[in-house]
Design a binder for this molecule. Structure first.
Ligand code: ZN
Length: 490
């Protein structure tokens, strides 16, 4: 097994050698979506980042248990005006069960992830299905003296915790910074300190999603679910916890505090965070009118989009940036990604046309090790891609007759490209529609027409041969006669 993977740990702020607690097993938890609306570009980045990690760890031979939760209690997304839970509000307005609303968006999220070729996690636990575990967690924190009850709600005692431990170690803050940036939100009159966060909330009368607890009929604080479910499925200590950078504070900071306050130590060895996506240089937001759902990308219906983009273009676009760098969306950037991906797929198809020679005159020997080096350096996918572009250039040179390659080097080149493009970067083999069966049938039909054209030419039936060629050209195909036969592309 390759043991040289280096990853950046947000907690220690440095790159560390990845050494799993129980190799070859790896436990990995990633904060999943809150399901109160359609998946958008912001959902695609963490999903693809941790899919890359999941795929690579498996490729290296690790047995990975990947847990990605569904936040279906909805608490975080209160409406600014009335503070009502978004799932509950939608359910009330449309006379649906809250779980019906959640399930609708979960199904749509899964479909978008499948189109992006994001592998499903090993376990996908729902917050609403783990209320008992969350109540247990709250009890432990209360028993250890790091929480208090107030009017049916339970709050984490941040000041008390901070006396014994450092609250803010993940986000690099101290308690004063936290106090200075805490906004006045609901429940302030119940808290001892504005920095305290809810472990359990007593439900207001209009709150539909509620469960009985020793303190009140209510619902768990948002941070509880990941601590409770991470521990349930990955144990008291596990390897990787990931999510978007926007979750570092307060969500992951609070998770660390809950872990230490309940079990006495940290649950997580490596914290990993992907950076955010901006749209034309600004943050994405519903109120800013630049909030583009994945479906809108796939069918090109949002007013900011110049065209539709395939799921693989979106995936490739995201992988072209390192996961810790920001990515700025623009039509120009996505069109460049579309062209880049096309260049790689064409080069891969061109490999089939190469006749091996007895000498290799292109630099392809160390492609595989260069790609592994890049992946091992904190998942540097843009460097992997730039190495694949170099390989594509070499292939085109060979096809053009300007260079040669031996059969052995050719097989190695092809295998390396396929391994990194499909297994590790997770690109789909056929990017046109993502439906391999359809694409195969479609390519077969074009080949059949060209075969008929060849026969027509052999029979000196020039009218038919020209008609096939001209009509295909009118439909957007480029037909090129070569010494080995006919080439076509759309
Ligand atoms: Zn979480």
């Amino acid at each position: 097994m390759d043991n040289t993977l280096i990853i950046y740990n947000t907690l220690t702020r440095r790159k560390e050698r990845f050494e799993p607690l129980h190799a070859p097993h790896v436990g990995m938890y990633v904060c999943g979506p809150t399901v109160y609306g359609d998946a958008h570009l912001g959902h695609a980045r963490p999903a693809i980042t941790f899919d890359l990690l999941f795929r690579y760890l498996k490729h290296l031979g690790y047995k990975v248990r990947y847990v990605r939760n569904i936040t279906d209690v909805g608490h975080l997304e209160h409406d600014a005006d009335d503070g009502e839970d978004k799932i509950a509000k939608k359910a009330r307005l449309e006379q649906l069960e809250p779980m019906e609303v959640a399930q609708y968006y979960i199904n749509r999220y899964h479909k978008a992830m499948e189109e992006l070729n994001v592998l499903p996690p090993s376990i996908e636990p729902h917050a609403s299905g783990h209320i008992i575990e969350q109540i247990e967690l709250v009890k432990e924190i209360l028993d250890n003296g790091y929480a208090y009850e107030s009017k049916g709600s339970v709050y984490f005692d941040v000041a008390k915790y901070n006396k014994d431990h450092h609250y803010g170690k993940l986000s690099g803050r101290n308690l004063d910074d936290v106090l200075n940036t805490t906004r006045e939100l609901d429940g302030q009159d119940e808290k001892h300190n504005p920095a305290d966060f809810a472990l359990w909330k007593c439900a207001q009368p209009e709150h539909i999603m509620r469960w009985p607890s020793p303190w009140s009929n209510g619902f768990p604080g948002w941070h509880c679910e990941c601590t409770a479910m991470g521990r349930k499925y990955l144990g008291n200590h596990f390897d990787i916890h990931g999510g978007g950078m926007d979750l570092v504070f307060p969500h992951h900071e609070c998770e660390i505090a809950q872990s230490v306050a309940s079990q006495g130590d940290d649950m997580v060895k490596y914290w990993m965070h992907n950076n955010m996506i901006t749209i034309n240089g600004t943050k994405m937001g519903k109120s800013l009118g630049n909030f583009i759902t994945l479906d809108e990308f796939f069918n090109g219906t949002h007013k900011l989009l110049a065209q539709a983009y395939t799921p693989m273009t979106i995936r490739f676009f995201i992988l072209q940036a390192h996961y810790r760098s920001t990515v700025d969306f623009s039509n120009e950037a996505l069109q460049a990604a579309e062209k880049g991906l096309q260049r790689l797929t064409e080069a891969l198809a061109n490999i089939e046309k190469i006749t091996p020679a007895d000498k290799t005159t292109v630099e392809v020997a160390d492609l595989r090790s260069k790609c592994y080096d890049a992946m091992n350096d904190d998942l540097n996918s843009p460097i992997v891609i730039s190495n694949l572009f170099d390989a594509a250039k070499a292939i085109n040179n060979i096809v053009a007759g300007n260079a040669t390659i031996t059969a052995e080097d050719l097989a190695e080149l092809k295998d390396t490209m396929r391994t990194f493009m499909f297994d590790i970067l997770g690109l789909k083999e056929n990017v046109q529609s993502g439906n391999e069966g359809n694409n195969k049938a479609y390519a077969g039909a074009i080949d059949l027409l060209l075969e008929l054209r060849k026969q027509a030419k052999a029979n000196k039936d020039w009218a038919t041969a020209d008609k096939i060629r001209n009509d295909l050209t009118a439909l957007g195909f480029q037909i090129k006669d070569t010494k080995d036969g006919v080439e076509w592309k759309l």
